[in-house]
Design a protein around this ligand. Structure first.
Ligand code: BG6
Length: 500
């Protein structure tokens, strides 16, 4: 069977709670449109968007069309839209209202008959997290949650809790209704093309895997910087900060993929087991270690991409005395045999110089013999960069003789740009994640114990920052973060790759 034929077998209704929200318009609907466009969506599919607003079906479909025109990576085409829109429905209800769920049930049963979706459901919770328990309980009490032999899955956006305790409570509430293998916790970074490529680069290349350890690697730098500020999310961000918003999930996921051992095979649980082992290994921070290993910052006004922007404390719905960090850099050690002594430097921030996500693997320097000694020069170490966004690709730096009569040795590079070669047409994260949830493949979603250990680790950081009364450093918008983040590496005799 071809992959396409297989995909066509997966019939279901995708029920989106938060059908008029930003995520639905900007990401989910365009993703579904692109899946349809690329013939990845089963003919037996329907989409039911749910929100409080009273809207006619025509009105809703028109707003979805406009969103696709604006946000879809592929041009909207009448034929494709026509066949998708016939499958898009709108149901207005209050998440609290029992009648709303009764009517929803009737609508879903009707759509099962019309589209042959066989009772299979994906409930996508694109709503504020405080609604998660309520919706899950209502789905349960109205018999919408568990109806074998059909399957019912739940997709949940982050944040999954705001610390270990609240995440545990939330998880208990959800798992009373949905079994773990039907819970799809989203970390949209895992849907990104180059992040899926990390395991392939490592485990499908003898060249890399054989040197992927403390013997050859000097340090790893994981960066995810943004040029945007908190936009209209001030209220959420004030309670989150960069540590909870980015490190607890995306950054730690990148770390585990770089550091994990090869799984016994490629099944979902074998891969997740290896990732969890890394998260369990991370030692907790203390007031003592946090001072030397963590830098937090907050942006002040400055220039980003040629435009003057305000500082964090002047943003909407942000306290003028806010102590929320919009930048964090940390040095993490993984005390196992593979990584003993290798620092993993992580940094992420808003209103930085450039929008960039990449992982830099810096190899050790060669001993100073032969060329270094005879020509009295310092050879640059090899560097491998996994570029996640905006460019997707791999960069490798090595040393070669400069052409001509000279004996000079210079660093040269091989730069493979994946989204340049494929005309920038690489699938968006949400396309991959929605398709995988439809197929029932949860490899790119986070298992509960991953979430739990990630919280344990980040909680230890926030607790220790408090205990140590750690400083919050200013950095001007448009920079690479506070000077203290540069010093974090300088104290170790190293530099961030972009500062070398
Ligand atoms: C989200 C964070 O998870 O990731 C946002 O909540 C952040 O604050 C976003 O802007 C970054 O995602 P991306 O795909 O643009 O790197």
């Amino acid at each position: 069977m071809t992959e396409l034929e297989t995909v066509h077998d997966f019939a279901c209704i995708i029920v989106i709670f938060g059908g008029t929200g930003d995520l639905t318009y900007r990401k989910l609907m365009p993703a579904l449109y692109n899946l349809k466009d690329k013939q990845q969506l089963s003919g037996k599919i329907a989409i039911v968007a749910i929100a409080r607003q009273e809207l006619s079906l025509d009105h809703y479909r028109r707003s979805v069309y406009e969103a696709i025109e604006e946000f879809s990576r592929s041009e909207s085409e009448a034929g494709i839209w026509h066949s998708l829109q016939e499958r898009v429905y709108y149901h207005s209800m209050d998440f609290n209202n029992d009648n709303g769920y009764l009517e929803l049930n009737r609508l879903l049963i009707h759509l099962d008959q019309k589209h042959g979706t066989g009772g299979n459901r994906i409930y996508y919770l694109a709503v504020a997290p405080e609604n998660f328990p309520l919706i899950v309980n209502k789905l349960h009490s109205h018999g919408l949650a568990l109806n074998p032999p059909a399957w019912q899955r739940i997709m949940i956006e982050k944040p999954f809790g705001r610390d270990l305790t609240s995440a545990r409570t939330l998880n208990q509430q959800i798992s009373r209704v949905f079994p773990e293998n039907n819970i799809y916790r989203i970390d949209h970074y895992l849907g990104k093309q180059m992040i899926q490529n990390i395991m392939v680069i490592r485990f499908a290349n003898l060249l890399f895997e054989s040197v992927w350890n403390a013997r050859y690697i000097d340090n790893v730098q994981i960066t995810s910087s943004e040029t945007v500020g908190v936009q209209n999310r001030g209220e959420y961000y004030e309670r989150a900060g960069a540590l909870r918003d980015m490190v607890q999930n995306h950054m730690l996921q990148l770390l585990t993929l770089i550091a994990m051992e090869a799984p016994a095979n490629l099944d979902t649980e074998s891969i997740r087991d290896e990732k969890v082992k890394i998260l369990r290994t991370l030692g907790e921070f203390s007031a003592e270690t946090v001072r030397r290993g963590v830098v937090q910052g907050q942006y002040t006004g400055g220039m980003v991409n040629g435009a003057l922007v305000k500082g964090y404390r002047e943003e909407e719905r942000v306290s003028t005395a806010s102590n929320t960090e919009t930048f964090v850099a940390l040095k993490v050690k993984i005390p196992n045999f593979r990584w003993a002594g290798v620092p993993f430097y992580i940094r992420t921030g808003k209103r930085c110089h450039t929008k960039l996500s990449e992982i830099v693997i810096q190899f050790k320097r060669l001993p100073e013999i032969l060329y270094s000694k005879e020509y009295n020069l310092q050879l640059e170490p090899n560097v491998l960069i996994i570029k996640i966004q905006p460019k997707e690709g791999i960069y490798f730096q090595f040393n070669a003789k400069e052409p001509g009569m000279t004996t000079k040795i210079v660093p040269v590079n091989m730069d493979f740009c994946q989204n340049c070669d494929y005309d920038g047409d690489s699938p968006e994260a949400y396309e991959k994640l929605l398709l995988d949830a439809i197929k029932g493949d949860s490899t790119l979603f986070t298992r509960w114990d991953e979430v739990e250990h990630a919280w344990r680790f980040t909680d230890s950081i926030s607790r220790s920052l408090n205990d140590a009364a750690a400083m919050l450093h200013d950095y001007p918008a448009g920079s690479w973060g506070p000077v203290a983040a540069t010093n974090l590496l300088n104290y170790d005799g190293r530099e961030w790759w972009n500062e070398q």
